[in-house]
Design a protein around this ligand. Structure first.
Ligand code: AGP
Length: 608
């Protein structure tokens, strides 16, 4: 998604903005720009392409002198990624500059009104409408002007705004798009996310929806939509800088793949007390847990895939009916909510617009909500009734790996806790599962030590055009994630299928040497899946099997086997995903692609 950075203080602003925007590159973008006030005027430099272009155009910021500025990386929504559509945008006399993350849904209506009043537009963006709307309502008082446009805009926005006749102030406001405020000795900041300002400060304020902030170089003022002053608490973020750096790895994605043992351990340990599972942040008594009659699991992309896995785990262990939804579908399908339900929304960023909207839909119907979230203080984390954080640390690569793995762990812990409280697991069974859970980090490490074997296999498929992933039950859920990992970073078409479903149509696509990856970890389904493997094998497919180390029988049928250490049947996705992540990574690497920032993708999709 778009990235916003703003700075006002003692330092030259442009280098600070460039530095901050670089830390936001992982969000995905296709153009970038800055506006800096030089004491007389606001100057804008912007261009399509990577930040490198902006650095060259401004000679690392030297050609944009001044100590107050706003910067932006744009992930195009309205209008193609051209210089003209890049942010910041000016009003008609260059006295107001604005950057924006989000979508103004009624921008065309506003644009028509402004055109009737003589305003001319040079870009295709909704953001330029904001610049002229500010101009139209501007009465010399920035706060009053901003609150006026807030009442007229529909949709999502995080805005950074400068007014030429208020050269000591930057303003910012948000609704449904993330924005934080940073405070330091050297000045004050706005940013879309913590990594952008971590180099300068750890003291941040999380803006709530429809809150406005006025930054001066040595003070901050917070206001509500009515322009009334409000008080806000500062939060000190404890991310270390290295966590947001590559640490010697070629790509963040590989670093984050290798951080999975630690991330899994860090997510398990705070919830284990001797041989019991304690999830205090759930804020639910055992009685309240026993009353749960239905669980809704909701997310997007990989988060949704963890929900697919979790359905089998919750229903298998706790015997609670589970409904799994894509957030973008859930919010519009007029869902039927049952009494005594729990809606669990899963999101790494905690800012995904569809997932945030699904959370609100559930809350509006009085359903108790729980967020499984990785980013502390994110919008979903703040709006859910309870939050179960995944302690994966900052995840920079667009393709999620460690956050995905820790989301699985969160689901397992919840399902085991619910099963135990409901009497579906006794002390001994729970103790066994806990010891299997605690063994996962080491088993992941063991799989990671085989990366060269995966790399060699991946290098044989750089030119392949189609790959299929099949599995039954939990193995189908992990096939979805394995397929997405390959697609999103190698641009190879891939599909995941329930193994039993392939013969109902898609098997017609299988040709000589088509790569089919069969995940076969559910013992009671071994034979069924093998028969599906034989169906594609007879049609020429090359079969890569990912299976348990004791299932050597498969070698009679498949062409290549990756064995997984033995674990509980409900935990196998946590192991099967490792070779699938590495496979996708090495195919992308072998194709010379930008593994961390795949084309068209953003790390957090804060628009619909
Ligand atoms: C996963 O690799 C993708 N980057 C994407 O599918 C992601 O999982 C999805 O956009 C949800 O993001 P969230 O977890 O931050 O809500």
């Amino acid at each position: 998604m778009c990235g916003i950075v703003g700075y006002i203080g003692e330092l030259q602003a442009a280098p600070v903005l460039l530095d901050g925007l670089e830390k936001l590159e992982y969000r995905g973008y296709d153009s970038a720009g800055m506006a800096v006030f030089d004491g007389q005027d606001i100057h804008i430099v912007k261009s399509s392409g990577r930040l490198k272009v902006l650095r060259e155009l401004t000679e690392e910021g030297a050609l944009l002198p001044g100590t107050m500025g706003i910067g932006h990386t744009r992930w195009a929504t309205h209008g193609s990624p051209t210089d003209v559509n890049a942010h910041p945008h000016f009003n008609k006399d260059d006295s107001i500059a604005v950057v924006h993350n989000g979508i103004i849904e009624n921008y065309l209506k506003l644009k028509k009104k402004l055109e009737k009043k003589g305003y001319e537009f040079i870009s295709e963006t909704d953001t330029e409408v904001i610049a002229h709307l500010l101009d139209y309502y501007y009465n010399g008082d920035p706060l009053d002007t901003i609150t006026k446009i807030m009442h007229r805009m529909e949709g999502s926005y995080a805005l950074g705004i400068m007014f030429k006749d208020h050269p000591e102030e930057i303003y910012a406001v948000r609704k449904d798009s993330p924005l934080i405020v940073g405070q330091s000795e050297e000045g004050n900041f706005i940013a879309s996310d913590v990594p952008a300002i971590l180099k300068y400060t750890r003291d941040v304020y999380f803006l709530e929806n429809e809150e406005v902030v006025k930054l001066k170089k040595d003070s901050l003022g917070f206001f509500n939509i009515d322009g009334e002053t409000i008080e806000k608490e500062v939060t000190t973020v404890d991310w270390d800088m290295s966590a947001a750096e590559k640490g010697g790895y070629e790509y963040f994605m590989l670093k984050e793949i290798y951080e999975q043992p630690k991330a899994v351990r860090d997510t398990i340990n705070p919830r284990l007390k001797e041989n019991r599972i304690e999830i205090e942040e759930l804020n639910m008594t055992d009685e309240e847990i026993r009353e749960i009659k239905k669980i809704y699991l909701i997310g997007c992309g990989s988060a949704y895939h963890t929900a697919m896995t979790a359905k089998y785990v919750f229903e298998g262990l706790a015997r609670i009916p589970v409904e799994v939804d894509l957030a973008s579908e859930f919010r519009y399908r007029n869902p039927i909510f049952e009494e005594n339900s729990l809606a669990v929304v899963v999101s790494q960023s905690g800012e995904t617009a569809d997932t945030l909207a699904a959370l609100r839909e559930a809350k509006e119907h009085g359903v108790r909500t729980l967020g499984i979230i990785n980013v502390v203080g994110s919008s979903i984390a703040r709006e859910a009734d309870s939050v179960m954080y995944t302690w994966a640390g900052p995840e920079i690569a667009v393709a999620t790996t460690k956050a995905y793995s820790t989301q699985l762990i969160a689901h397992y812990l919840l399902a085991m806790k619910f099963a135990y409280v409901k009497g579906k697991l006794d002390d001994g069974q729970l103790a066994d599962m806990i010891s299997q859970l605690k063994a996962l980090p080491e088993q992941i490490e063991e799989l990671l030590s085989n990366k060269e074997r995966i790399q060699r296999l991946a290098n044989r498929y750089l030119a392949t055009e189609h790959v299929f992933f099949i599995g039954r039950g939990i193995d189908y859920a992990i096939s979805l994630e394995g397929s997405l990992k390959l697609k999103e970073i190698s641009y190879i078409h891939s599909e995941a299928y329930a193994a039993g479903e392939l013969k109902h149509g898609t098997i017609s696509l299988i040709e000589e040497n088509t790569l089919v990856t069969a995940v076969i970890t559910q013992e009671e389904l071994y034979k069924k899946t093998i028969s599906n493997v034989q169906e594609v094998k007879t049609r020429g497919a090359f079969i890569l099997a990912v299976t348990n180390e004791d299932n050597t029988e498969v070698e009679k049928t498949v062409d290549y086997v990756i064995y997984l250490p033995k674990t509980n049947q409900y935990f196998t996705n946590s192991l099967a995903i490792i070779p699938l992540q590495l496979f996708g990574y090495y195919v992308s690497l072998g194709k010379g692609l930008d593994v961390d920032k795949p084309r068209n993708l953003a790390k957090s999709v804060t628009v619909e």
